[in-house]
Design a protein around this ligand. Structure first.
Ligand code: SF4
Length: 257
């Protein structure tokens, strides 16, 4: 078993946050559109290309999306307007995804040069994890990024993910530039050659997409920029993460509990 696969196997057994454990397991059977489905109802592992140069960090699984399907940004909504589909259209348009939709763990979606993960791995009530829950989950994200050897850029979806990613790299010795970069769509933070560049994006939540605060073109522009950064030759080869061995893909999470 690879280190990334071992990480995934440990993550999906995590039960550190009693409130989130209770909530993730209570969602099944509460939404008519998914009546009769067995929910994943566990922590949701990262998904994508283990050789990725681009890592996408979201907030947390949706109660009836990733918490149901067991795959990041998958299946949240039935009208094609959920975060998953909005995001996947942008990833497909920019060549990171082979499909413009993300419906289920067995829909054939494959990502190239991109890994999707989240700041918190269990669905929180009202999409709002508490500060203690965010802190409790921090090392899962840190470890996962550490196990992706080629990462050059991290795209943070939303302010919470942006703050979390900067805190993660600061804890690993990165100097956060002063004055501190304010969160905003397209904002970038250069942490130096030893760390990935951080690019901020508005989160593709319905609240943002239906009010046109975030348009499809705006989201696609962020991924075009991420690709550009990812393709730029590294200024140095001294990054610890770049020296790490490249793990093969993790096995897909099994459905059901
Ligand atoms: Fe574990 Fe993170 Fe889920 Fe809390 S949110 S139970 S730390 S996986």
């Amino acid at each position: 078993m690879t280190r990334l696969a071992r990480h995934t196997a440990a993550l999906v057994r995590c039960a550190r946050c009693p409130r989130l454990v209770a909530y993730r397991e209570s969602c099944e059977g509460t939404k008519r559109a998914f009546a009769g489905e067995t929910y994943w109802a566990r922590p949701v592992p990262g998904f994508g290309d283990p050789a990725a140069r681009v890592v996408l960090v979201g907030l947390a699984p949706a109660a009836h999306g990733a918490n149901r399907t067991g795959r990041m940004f998958t299946g949240d909504g039935t009208d094609g307007m959920g975060s998953s589909d909005f995001l996947m259209r942008a990833l497909h348009a920019t060549g990171f995804a082979n499909l413009p939709t993300s419906k289920s763990a067995d829909d054939g979606l494959a990502l190239t040069d991109l890994w999707m993960t989240a700041s918190v791995r269990c669905a929180p009530p009202d999409n709002k994890p508490t500060p203690d829950e965010i802190a409790a989950c921090a090392d899962w994200l840190a470890r996962e990024i550490e196990l992706l050897p080629n990462v050059r850029v991290v795209v943070a979806l939303g302010k919470l993910a942006f703050d979390r990613v900067l805190a993660l790299f600061a804890a690993r010795g990165a100097t956060i530039p002063r004055p501190r970069t304010r969160f905003g769509h397209g904002a970038e933070v250069d942490l130096g050659a030893a760390f990935p560049r951080v690019v901020a994006s508005y989160h593709p939540s319905r609240q943002n997409t239906q009010t046109r605060k975030l348009s499809p073109g705006m989201l696609a522009d962020v991924f075009r920029r991420a690709r550009e950064i990812g393709l730029t030759p590294a200024a140095t080869a001294s990054s610890p993460s770049r020296r790490a061995p490249r793990p093969p893909p993790p096995s897909a999470p099994s459905r059901g509990r």
